[in-house]
Design a protein around this ligand. Structure first.
Ligand code: ZN
Length: 253
């Protein structure tokens, strides 16, 4: 209640996506958001997504929704427009992706029990300076604090990854530029090596586009001794199907 009053003072009361006044998230955008669920309206959940081409070392990644309006607008203003009141909306979707990722890992990779580390993709130092905080960490902590999204498996948020050199914001780059920008650019903080070694990790991010960030983050975790790595994001970009021989799965998202 207090937080919402404070927000009223600093932000105009308007829908984060369409800027309709009088509400922070209007019913029309709420319906449009539901329509972006990749698993479909009849089957709530998240689906495995693969960019095309698949970058080397990409872990299995599940995503809740398509990166289209109004979700893309919400993510943009959440990150760069100070709309941290959208944390809850995004955390709900990320929790669904994490749960789907864990379910798949139980079926396919023998993740039967035990704690899981939730590792946010690192943001560039320039972005951190600009934003004053790390919004993705806040959302990851909300998911973990909301109770494990998957039965009794405890989730622990560990911001273990940092950049080893300056990287540009991925959003302004093409596919090859994104790969070159992050290739070999991440490492596990020395203080976190003992935490990561031998553990199962889920990398989380707001959106997956080319998969370069996920692939590089996974490489860094594995290099530090992580036992296995999965990925979960709120959104994934749609891509035109390019390979019909595989039933259209590659390149669907
Ligand atoms: Zn709206």
């Amino acid at each position: 209640m207090v937080l919402s009053h404070l927000l009223d003072l600093v932000l105009p009361l308007e829908c984060a996506a369409c800027r309709r006044p009088g509400t922070r998230w209007c019913p029309r955008c709420a319906r449009a958001l539901d329509a972006l669920a990749l698993a479909g309206p009849e089957r709530p959940g998240a689906v495995r997504v693969r960019p095309d081409p698949v970058p080397t070392g990409l872990p299995p990644v599940h995503a809740w929704g398509a990166y289209s309006v109004p979700l893309s607008t919400a993510i943009r203003v959440w990150k760069d427009g100070g709309r941290r009141d959208l944390d809850v909306l995004l955390a709900g979707r990320l929790a669904v992706s994490i749960a789907a990722s864990l379910s798949a890992a139980e079926r396919l990779r023998g993740w039967s029990s035990g704690p899981v580390l939730v590792v946010p993709a690192p943001s560039s130092r320039a972005s951190q300076r600009l934003r004053g905080d790390i919004p993705l960490e806040g959302v990851a902590r909300l998911v973990a604090a909301g109770g494990a999204p998957h039965r009794s498996r405890p989730l622990r948020v560990v911001p273990a990854l940092v950049h080893t050199r300056r990287v540009d914001d991925q959003s302004g780059l093409g596919m090859l530029g994104r790969r070159a920008n992050v290739d070999g650019a991440m490492t596990v903080k020395s203080l976190c090596h003992n935490v990561v070694r031998g553990r199962r990790c889920i990398l989380v991010d707001d959106v997956m586009t080319t998969g370069s960030t996920m692939a590089e983050a996974s490489r860094a975790l594995r290099e530090a001794g992580a036992a296995d790595v999965l990925g979960a994001t709120v959104a994934a970009t749609r891509r035109r199907p390019v390979d019909h021989r595989t039933g259209g799965e590659r390149g669907r998202v």
